[in-house]
Ligand binder design. Structure first.
Ligand SMILES: [Ca+2]
Ligand SMILES: [Ca+2]
Length: 184
């Protein structure tokens, strides 16, 4: 799988999160469970690169995370592109993985969340944790992570959408730069 080869190649900048490991009593949010139906295995969380325009500004701009060291305004285009800031904040204990990105043991175990996002019930899965052929045409907002449950559940059940989870190289959809330089 693409994700596994990618993980191997960037292991040097990665944080190993064990499903039963060192994150401590409140480590549930950062616990990842291996895919392929296995439980109790570990998965490597890849921070990615520093290509974001907000890299190295002392705040984590990657919407996969949450906590005190997060930037106040997030944008999904920065997922996987603010590695140094986010890794430093994680090591300092100032951020954690948003629990919505924890790897489910199976599709049946996905926590779809609720319908409190910006675009519920419009027959499009607007949560960047999922992808599919439709994804390049969507504008993803951090506000929809875990908050477009009915649409995304239906899309997964129909096969239109699939889980991409905490990958550092998601399908970003229409980015802000593209929006600003076009007539979207
Ligand atoms: Ca940053
Ligand atoms: Ca929707």
């Amino acid at each position: 799988m693409i994700r596994h080869s990618m993980i191997a190649s960037v292991a040097a900048t990665a944080l190993l999160v064990s499903a039963c490991g060192e994150m401590g009593a409140d480590g549930e949010a950062a616990t990842l469970i291996g895919d392929g139906g296995e439980t109790g295995s570990s998965l490597t969380l890849v921070y990615g690169n520093d290509n974001s325009e907000w890299a190295n500004d002392g705040e984590c701009d990657d919407a996969r995370f949450q906590g005190d060291a997060m930037a106040s305004v997030l944008n999904t285009d920065n997922i996987g592109q603010d590695a140094s800031d986010c890794e430093a904040a994680m090591q300092a204990g100032d951020i954690e993985l948003n629990p919505y990105f924890a790897e489910p043991a199976s599709d049946a175990a996905i926590n779809f969340g609720d319908d409190e996002g910006m675009y519920p019930n419009d027959d499009e899965c607007d949560d960047i944790r999922f992808t599919g052929e439709y994804a390049p045409n969507l504008v993803y907002l951090p506000e929809n992570i875990g908050h477009d449950a009915s649409d995304c559940r239906a899309a997964v059940e129909s096969g239109e959408a699939r889980w991409q989870g905490a990958t550092a190289t998601p399908e970003y959809g229409v980015t802000l730069d593209e929006l600003e330089s076009s007539s979207y």
